[in-house]
Design a protein around this ligand. Structure first.
Ligand code: SAM
Length: 191
């Protein structure tokens, strides 16, 4: 049982694009209540449930509390846009490196849709800084965004550092919602 229906959106993406392999080290941004982390734990074998496969790591971050989950290390009361959080992640990751960054983050609704969209894009842009610090060359990023005028800016910034960038609308995501996901693959370090 998943903690939240959002699980089905991630399942569609990881199955179609073959993300999250046993042994992968994964960061889950905006992880509460923890459904995406549940999927990551199963797929990367972070509990070591399958002794024959490599064992990965799952680290979930949220401003909110997250109920404990076997195989995941949660950082509640952490803001993923804060460089202090980036440093903590580097300390916690094996060799300070991640294979996959997931983000289903969303800001609290302000009542103004355009402002919320812009805020979410700004949050996603900080994931590019995080990638520069921790993502392995060849690594992947999945991030939720709300379609709007700044989405193109985010896509351009992602395209500068990922070999392949796709915009996805999972079937499990409500049609009437502006919610979409960018999938960046083949991370290339440019510095
Ligand atoms: N993927 C999650 C799951 O499957 O259980 C659901 C995530 S929920 C849609 C979005 C989360 O993003 C909220 O819990 C919110 O607290 C978190 N969030 C928003 N801004 C954040 C930030 N700056 N840093 C960390 N988490 C943030």
């Amino acid at each position: 049982n998943y903690r939240c229906r959002s699980a089905f959106k991630l399942l569609e993406i990881v199955d179609k694009y073959r993300l999250l392999k046993p042994g992968d080290n994964v960061i889950d941004c905006g992880a509460a209540p923890g459904a995406w982390s549940q999927i990551a734990v199963q797929r990367v074998n972070s509990t070591g449930a399958n002794a024959e496969l490599p064992r990965g790591t799952v680290i979930g971050i949220d401003l909110l509390n997250i109920a404990p989950l076997d195989g995941a290390h949660f950082l509640p009361s952490h803001d993923i846009t804060d460089p202090f959080t980036h440093a903590r992640l580097q300390d916690l990751l094996p060799n300070a490196k991640a294979d996959v960054i997931l983000s289903d983050m969303a800001p609290n609704a302000s009542g103004c849709k355009d402002m919320d969209k812009e805020k979410l894009i700004t949050m996603c842009l900080t994931l590019i800084d995080l990638s520069e610090k921790i993502l392995k060359p060849g690594g992947s990023l999945v991030c939720k965004y709300w379609d709007g005028f700044l989405a193109q800016t985010l896509q351009n910034r992602l395209s500068a550092v990922f070999g392949c960038v796709r915009s996805l609308k999972p079937k499990a995501s409500r049609k009437e919602s502006a919610e979409k996901y960018f999938l960046g693959q083949m991370y290339k370090r440019i510095k």
